[in-house]
Write a protein that binds this ligand. Structure first.
Ligand SMILES: [Zn+2]
Length: 471
């Protein structure tokens, strides 16, 4: 309960965000990319410094330097050494953070390369990385590192342009806008016209979905053309083997449709071609799949029948750390079953009308928890899951899966749009991989089914993040 109140006050603080840090006094107009290795297994975790490079112009806000949303599994602060004053902070998530919950981490050690980015400090600073404590979701310090900008492992040179760049959406100064970089993956030189078209399609799709649509003018979107030696991506589960420019591929953590790239440096160096805060890796592939990690990147197949839904869903994870609101699909990692209040802004374990996370959004006269046709929905979902498993096992053609997904989408929309509390904001049980004890704000949402709209809690979270980059 205490955490719950803290979260509400963090949300309120956002509205009165104090201009506590003077940008000019502490930072240059330049981005510092701090590279490090993150290693460990299911029981221990370590960090090691790799190097520091310049990531070009600072594209973030000069006012919202301290992150009051405090989302993500990890969090970092840049502190003034003597006073301990926080000069910059951001929440984030990482591939390591997912990997450590997989069965592999129980048997083996893993090492992942990661980067954090912040404005280039004028003087020596301390970096502190925090991680969520599993017992109460508070952030505990896990690594500290003293940064001396004069150190021999710090290289302030900007990367010279290596790739062609095109502007997809331009609305003004990077420091006042949300800047998205779109990277091509699995596109050859000859595929680049298609890539530019796909990048425009991604931009249009995203900026048509609310609340992005109402705030279109807050976005810049730029595309970087990274050529691959051949078209398409690697699919180990389907015996399709490819080597592409950024080493992104399907089958991450042995999950057939989960696409990630483990070569962080390659991806970061490509993104470095333009000022950016958020990264989209468009995959030149027709097989349904993708992924989205908070403040890291999204991957999304450009040519699948569900690509438009996929772009926006994965972007929700990446941009506003939205939790999945679905709960019947099988996922490859073990989820902590103790019900503590999750930190994500679109799910709650406390359906109390007096204190619920999205209290201000609740539709008057809506019971909390809110009744819905859960039994009927679950029965149908389990049936669909079974069919899906059978099709995959038989290595059925993609069209058969698309057909099944389309039928499910139609059935879901029909049921979820025609219930007593459809369209109401309340607390609907079933969310974040848990059929019980976890709640979402509306009957349907883009983070729940293949629906085309975000629920009220998701929309509010997205607006808060847009504010952080446009103040
Ligand atoms: Zn939602």
């Amino acid at each position: 309960m205490r955490k719950h109140i803290l979260l509400i006050s963090a949300v309120m603080m956002m509205a009165f965000s104090l201009k506590a840090v003077d940008f000019q006094e502490h930072f240059k107009d330049k981005t510092m990319r701090f590279d490090y290795y993150h290693t460990g297994n299911a029981t221990e975790e370590h960090f090691a410094f790799d190097g520091i490079v310049s990531d070009g112009l600072w594209a973030g806000s000069r006012n919202a330097l301290v992150d009051e949303l405090r989302l993500g599994k990890y969090f970092f602060e840049i502190q003034e050494p003597k006073s301990g004053k926080i000069l910059y902070s951001r929440g984030y998530a990482s591939i390591y953070g997912e990997w450590e919950t997989t069965p592999d981490a129980k048997e083996n050690w893993g090492v992942y390369h990661e980067s954090i980015r912040f404005p280039w400090p004028n003087q020596e600073v301390d970096l502190v990385i925090y991680k969520r404590d599993n017992s109460d979701n508070s952030f505990e310090p896990i690594w500290e590192y003293h940064i001396n900008p004069q150190h021999y492992r710090v290289n302030p040179a900007d990367l010279s342009p290596m790739y062609d760049v095109s502007t997809i959406v331009e609305n003004g100064d990077p420091e006042k806008k949300v800047d998205i970089v779109v990277l091509s993956e699995g596109y050859t030189f000859d595929d680049m016209e298609k890539f530019r078209k796909d990048a425009r399609r991604f931009a249009n799709t995203l900026l048509e979905a609310e609340p992005f649509a109402s705030r279109k003018e807050d976005f810049n979107i730029r595309a970087v053309e990274v050529p691959s030696p051949n078209s398409g991506l690697n699919h180990p589960h389907q015996d399709i083997y490819k080597r592409s420019a950024l080493s992104v591929g399907y089958g991450a953590f042995d999950s057939e449709r989960y696409a990630l790239g483990f070569n962080n440096k390659k991806i970061r160096n490509a993104a470095s071609a333009v000022p950016y805060e958020y990264t989209v890796i468009l995959m030149n592939d027709s097989i349904y799949g993708g992924g989205g990690i908070y403040n890291l990147y999204i991957t999304a197949a450009a040519d699948n029948a569900f690509n438009e839904y996929l772009f926006v869903h994965e972007f929700g994870h990446h941009f506003a750390a939205l939790a999945d609101e679905y709960y019947t699909s099988a996922v490859s990692y073990d989820i902590n079953k103790d019900v503590i209040e999750p930190w994500e802004l679109n799910v709650t374990a406390h359906p109390d009308p007096e204190t619920i996370k999205w209290k201000e959004l609740v539709t008057p006269n809506t019971p909390i928890p809110t009744p819905w046709e859960k039994e009927k929905y679950d029965k149908h979902s389990i049936k669909t899951q079974k069919k899906r498993r059978e099709l995959r096992k038989a290595k059925a053609p993609e069209e058969k899966l698309v057909k099944l997904f389309n039928e499910k989408r139609k059935w879901d929309n029909e049921l979820l749009s025609n219930m007593e509390y459809s369209g109401h904001v309340g607390a609907f049980e079933g969310a974040r991989y848990m059929a019980e004890g976890m709640y979402r704000s509306e009957a349907n949402c883009l983070m729940f089914t293949r629906y085309h709209k975000f629920c009220a809690a998701c929309r509010r979270a997205i607006n808060m993040v847009i504010d952080q980059y446009t103040e």
